[in-house]
Design a protein around this ligand. Sequence first.
Ligand code: AMP
Ligand code: MG
Length: 331
Amino acid sequence: MTIILGIESTAHTFGIGVVKNGKVLSNVKRSYVTEKGGIIPIEAAEFHQSNKKEIYVEALDKGDIDEKKIDAIAFSQGPGLAPCLLEGIRFAKELSKKLRKPLIPVNHCIAHLEIGRLTNAKDPIMLYASGANTQIIAYEAGKYRVFGETLDIGVGNFIDNFARYAGIGFPGGPVIEKLALEGKNYIELPYKVKGMDVALSGILTNLKQKLESKKYDLNDLAFSMQETVFAMLVETAERALAHTGKNELLLGGGVACNSRLQEMCKIMCKERGAKFFCPEKSLLVDNAAMIAFLGEIMFKSGIKEKNLDKIDIMPRQRTDEVNVIWKKQSL
Ligand code: AMP
Ligand code: MG
């Protein structure tokens, strides 16, 4: 029996999750939101600092967990906003000392991917669509390789930025999704797929200009933005399926909560005879259950660190830098 506690703090969300033998026992989180404007990293870090103790107690309560039974503490090491990551690692080290248990440093993006195992995806292409990250990822030869990605901003940040410009607070994605449902007219926008990559900042500028001109309805712009940008993501994901010969698509990250993106992925998969997987909503947006879940897999393959001085945050850690030594053992 293994019990792993996970800590998530890469950006807007502070979460604590507990996993026992691959089963999520608790997944508690609080997220920093704004009425106007985007995330201010220092403010988000202060939010984490003032909420972490309560979240910890709540997570243990919810899962009915005795802290003495925890075997190790997994935490998001990167990528993420440095002030936010620091709150997470500080708390992880505090707990590690108090409980005398080792730490497991987890890559946040790979956690988004590995939690897909709960959907029974075996060897998928992952379309990872979140706030700061947008990548097409698949496992090949010891690493999660990035087959395509955004050349500038993540799709969630792109949507949030557009929303902010229209006077909507953070996170803007869910509000934009509702507005898009009211949109009736497709307004042509630039379509920017470059090989396996996508570029979003030019489309953002175009959308802002259209908003400023006051000639277009916001609902129509929201609808057209989703249709265009999600088509770009689905196109590159489909090409990755074709290139690799894999036949499973796993959708993940906060933007994966969007029903239209899910629908477009499903249609593409159906048309080419691939299987579509998407974890439940509580495991899509940033959460700590996925950190504990991957932490447990890593722990079981021998990854743990008792020397706390050896571990630091890695704000710019890339998915393909991580040696995925646990994959061979667990397949
Ligand atoms: P993550 O960084 O993975 O936690 O994802 C957060 C991002 O997901 C933010 O940019 C949100 O605006 C975005 N998001 C959440 N729900 C939706 C939705 N229904 N449609 C589009 N984007 C969303
Ligand atoms: Mg994330």
